[in-house]
Design a protein. Sequence first.
Length: 141
Amino acid sequence: MMSSRGLRITDQRRTLAGLFADTDGYLTAKDVYDYMGKRYSGLSFDTVYRNLRVMHDMGIVEQFVFEDGVKFRAHCDEHHHHHHLFCLNCEKTVPIVYCPMTRIEGVPEDFQVVRHKFEIYGYCSSCKAEGKEEAAAPHAH
């Protein structure tokens, strides 16, 4: 996907893409930096973060903001506009191909919406069955 979009494929980018392809869950920029640093000495955090940003802009990885920080994962197979359900315990993600944006009231007519985020957090059936939701429940804000 990177080469088809005109991005030069370096060994580092190939390793980075492989890391996301082999990881089911989420990775922080530090996780990626630690992994890449073991293979490429002298690699800077800025270089890692810049490559994550490029891969995000190209739609190769998705970026999510959790209470404990920004995390990345390989882009899911859903290529149409979509949102996600997130399990707060096991971090399982389920895409939902529904957008509530058209039903949101109160946006001034003269305001041009160019992008938005809508994410739902809760517990998957496996974690709920194990009783994990009580221990990991976040405080309401």
